[in-house]
Design a protein around this ligand. Structure first.
Ligand code: AMP
Ligand code: ZN
Length: 105
């Protein structure tokens, strides 16, 4: 999507510090980290939120979790937190589905 911040980050049309990327996902550093390591993992596909996920996205959602696991293993993290905010009332500010990965280093 043209005017979406995280689509633009995934396309590298907007600056970010990318930690990991593959065909379906990009993981980059949150600009206002709330933990010593705070990454955002986004699908390249524009999905506005968990509330917009369709049955056709089932495997993509599983891969999102496996991507978090992969990024954590690459960092040798002993533990981490995963968070998805859904909707304004749920604390979501950017309307492109993203998984927060937070850890102490
Ligand atoms: P949420 O509240 O779940 O929508 O989270 C959005 C997150 O995106 C917040 O933690 C912001 O700090 C982060 N954020 C906003 N703009 C950028 C950006 N340009 N690059 C990296 N992270 C960003
Ligand atoms: Zn988007």
């Amino acid at each position: 999507m043209k005017d979406c911040l995280f689509c633009n980050i995934a396309r590298k049309e907007e600056k970010s510090t990318i930690e990991y990327e593959d065909g379906n996902f990009v993981a980059f550093h949150d600009i206002h980290p709330k933990a010593p390591l705070h990454l955002l993992i986004v699908p390249r596909k524009h999905i506005a939120s968990i509330d917009h996920v369709e049955p056709e996205d089932t495997s993509l959602m599983g891969e999102l979790i496996l991507t978090a696991q992969k990024v954590a293993r690459l960092r040798n993290l002993k533990g981490y937190k995963l968070l998805i905010n859904v909707g304004r009332e749920g604390g979501q500010i950017v309307d492109h589905l993203h998984l927060h990965l937070m850890a102490n280093l």
